[in-house]
Design a protein around this ligand. Structure first.
Ligand code: FES
Length: 623
């Protein structure tokens, strides 16, 4: 693992606090260290450096995951380090802003548009001596559609606005005449801009989009690693944390993160958070349960029953998001315990609900969620892909952050070419990079169909490649924990290990098996599939050819595959701008059949078969 600290590191001073680990103490100070394995000491992602103070002898897990040189330089696993005296610690990885999940694909407004709220600027009459009409009554007179229900903050804002002048802008919830609740008042005529936020709460990444609902455009976006990542990379580890310690910290972490992201975005766009009057949230069911503070444990245990999947509406003050306290916060509806609103939003943004089909969408993250539609019928399933595509459990893996190797190519002369996110110095490998590297090693015969990373002599003996090609690659072989490993970037020590290949096989087999079973269930041959949309963090950056090479989906579908980017974020924005059209789309898919893969007798066999990599094109190996 590269620990050279290409990016700015931060320093913290921690003092002992009972039995709390260094990881807990650092995160309590805002270090935001991700802990994909939940602090079990197996992923090696929580590396920090002790600058001063004695942190005790390293545990066995640290001796396994860190080299002797790293230990001698003071590097430790924060999750396995007890604190017995004050320590000064360097945290090499900020883990703050990420590259996001790719481009937005906002579905054009097909209904009335206009979002969840409306604004109207009015000029109120000057009060007259002898008149008993209150200011609120005067406002009601000029806006006759207002309902009797008024948010208290709106009354206070009306009073404040009238100290500035007699023109005020009333913000109301969208609705029929007579049912429009007054949500807020602003001084002067601000009706030209109507702000709303779409929030995609992913297990790995939280993304916030600021939109001008009036103009139907996104004016800013921000994406960060989910701060709950300190309790583990996957949904189950968060649910475990809720069961053990309660949800207070998990809920507070995500709400605080969303609030600070909205503040940052507004400040970048010269807007005030209080001008945001609608917030649309999507996420998998567990993430939305944690957002509102509901126990998600029913999601993890058969018969997999969430507390809610339907659309929920709350006033924003419930969550302390810093936006207008009366703003409507809407959690979009999902379908089942594992098909959440991130997927229904993805269906909406892809437009697949309007296609005759058959069309399939796969959202690849820590879980692989899939939707297949033909005509009016929908089938869905979810498969535990594991967090390999998000970089967890991969030795030099990481999320889509600046400096992550996101593409890799081995040319015919044995040169290794790669790119990184943001063009920064390479520090780690993200999911798209991992798929590319594996595909390149497969094509070169360095990895065989069973996933074995061949040693140099074995490869050299069998590879039909020129001597110069072999000589150029010979220095790439190394070892990690007694097994063959392969150097991706020698300068920064980025390697891919045998275990990484196995993790990738497990992840891709889960996805491939899900695709096969979903098609079987619907009685559709793969060659009849008209389109395969790939969404999620990986979906925006993955090279389709490499994905087909490793068998993520049938190679015959390559030409019909399209990367969707962040379909959940796009769908959330689209629903923010046009809630009526989202409702129509949801109506079509809400009765989708859910296929429980673990209950299928053929799942284990198909999964095991899918672990193999497909045969490679013979000409791919240099002659
Ligand atoms: S090794 Fe510390 S969080 Fe995984």
């Amino acid at each position: 693992m590269n620990t050279s600290g290409q990016r700015q590191s931060r320093r913290f001073t921690v003092v002992p606090d009972g039995a709390k680990t260094l990881l807990t103490l650092l995160n309590a100070q805002g270090a935001d260290i991700q802990a994909p394995c939940g602090g079990l000491g197996v992923c090696g992602k929580c590396i920090v450096r002790i600058l001063s103070g004695y942190a005790g002898e390293p545990e066995s897990a640290e001796r396994v995951l860190l080299s002797a040189q790293q230990l001698s330089q003071g590097f430790r696993l924060a999750c396995r380090t007890a604190v017995h005296e004050p320590l000064e610690v360097e945290v090499p990885h900020s883990g703050a802003e990420t590259a996001g999940k790719g481009r937005l694909r906002v579905r054009g407004s097909r209904g009335s548009g206009g979002g969840w709220t409306e604004k109207r600027a009015v000029l109120l009459d000057e009060p007259q001596l002898g008149s008993r009409e209150s200011e609120l009554a005067r406002l009601r007179r000029v806006i006759p559609g207002l309902s009797a229900q008024v948010d208290p903050a709106a009354v206070a804002e009306l009073a404040a606005a009238l100290t500035v002048g007699r023109t005020v802008t009333a913000v109301t919830a969208a609705g029929e005449a007579g049912q429009q609740q007054l949500l807020g008042c602003e001084a002067g005529d601000t009706s030209g801009i109507l702000l709303g936020c779409a929030v995609d709460i992913g297990t790995t990444t939280v993304a916030v989009y600021l939109a001008d609902v009036r103009r139907q455009t996104v004016i800013g976006s921000l994406s960060q690693a989910n701060r709950q990542g300190r309790f583990g990379a996957d949904v189950i580890s968060r649910i475990d944390q809720f069961s053990r310690e309660g949800g207070t910290e998990l809920t507070s972490l995500v709400r605080t993160q969303v609030r600070t992201m909205i503040e940052t975005l507004c400040s970048r766009c010269s807007a005030e958070p209080r001008q945001v009057y609608s917030v649309v949230c999507v996420g998998n069911p567990a993430m939305l349960h944690l957002f509102i503070g509901a126990d998600p444990s029913g999601i993890a245990l058969a018969p997999f029953t969430p507390v809610f999947t339907e659309q929920l509406l709350f006033p924003a003050r419930t969550f302390g998001l810093g936006v207008s306290p009366a703003a409507a916060v809407c959690l979009l509806p999902g379908v089942s315990a594992y098909i959440g609103s991130d997927i229904t939003a993805g269906i909406f943004s892809s437009g697949m609900d309007e296609e005759e089909g058959p069309v399939m969408l796969i959202d690849i993250g820590t879980n692989g969620e899939m939707v297949l539609t033909r005509g009016d019928a929908y089938w869905t399933c979810s498969t535990a892909a594991g967090p390999a595509f998000e970089g967890a459990r991969i030795h030099c893996g990481c999320g889509g952050e600046a400096g992550a190797v996101d593409s890799f190519f081995l040319d015919e002369e044995g040169n290794c070419l790669f790119t990184t996110i943001g063009g920064e110095a390479p520090t780690c490998i993200c999911g798209a990079g991992l798929v590319d590297i594996a595909a390149a090693l497969l094509r070169a015969g360095i990895v065989d169909r069973r996933g074995k990373l061949r040693g140099f002599s074995e490869w050299s003996e069998h590879a039909a490649a020129p001597d110069e090609y072999k000589r150029r690659l010979s220095s790439r072989w190394t070892e990690y924990q007694g097994k063959a490993a392969w150097t991706v970037v020698p300068e920064t020590g980025i390697i891919i290990t045998q275990k990484d290949i196995r993790e990738l096989q497990l992840a891709k087999a889960a996805i491939a098996a899900g695709i096969e079973i979903l098609l079987k269930e619907a009685g559709i041959e793969p060659e009849l599939l008209q389109k395969l949309y790939i969404a999620g963090g990986l979906g925006s950056s993955i090279r389709r050819e490499s994905a087909a090479s490793i068998g993520l989906f049938p190679a015959g579908l390559l030409e019909r595959t399209a990367a969707l980017g962040s379909s959940a974020g796009s769908g959330a924005v689209s629903a923010l701008l046009d809630p009526g059209s989202f409702s129509q789309s949801y109506f079509r898919c809400s009765a989708a059949a859910y296929i429980e893969l673990s209950a299928r007798p053929d799942f284990s066999r198909i999964f095991a078969q899918s672990m193999f990599f497909p045969p490679q094109e013979p000409e791919a190996t240099p002659a």
